[in-house]
Design a protein. Structure first.
Length: 135
């Protein structure tokens, strides 16, 4: 899942960069935040690979990654991104929510969903509620 998250976050970031069209402060901030989130997802992937030698680092890094993801969620709304950019980011967020479900006490956003399916977890997300009403 960490590998999927890294790929999805990078794909969403590259898609957003390729489709930047307003060049407003919000859009520049979104691109910056997406860049940081994608880089953090890549670092998280490397951290997960060393889980057995440092499990607390994974939890800490996941919390940091959740913070970046939350920033992107806020920015993507104001940047008026294209539908496919939002969809690409939603795919990354779905993977992050699945990862958070494995760490109920340390994941942060989405953690502690217990036995919910990914679709049920997605329905609880503020991000999905906002964007489903806009599309």
């Amino acid at each position: 899942l960490a590998h999927q998250l890294s790929n999805a976050a990078h794909h969403a970031h590259h898609s957003a960069e390729a489709n930047a069209h307003h060049f407003t402060w919000w859009e520049r901030q979104l691109l910056s935040d997406m860049h940081h989130a994608a880089q953090d997802a890549e670092r998280f992937h490397r951290t997960v690979e060393s889980y057995f030698s440092s499990p607390h680092a994974v939890i800490s890094h996941l919390q940091h990654l959740n913070s970046w993801a939350a920033r992107v969620e806020r920015q993507i709304y104001f940047a008026h991104s294209f539908h496919h950019v939002v969809h690409d980011w939603q795919n990354a967020m779905m993977t992050l929510r699945r990862i958070n479900a494995y760490f109920p006490h340390g994941g942060g956003h989405g953690g502690g969903h217990g036995n919910l399916t990914p679709r049920e977890v997605a329905r609880t997300s503020r991000f999905d509620r906002v964007y489903s009403s806009r599309m």
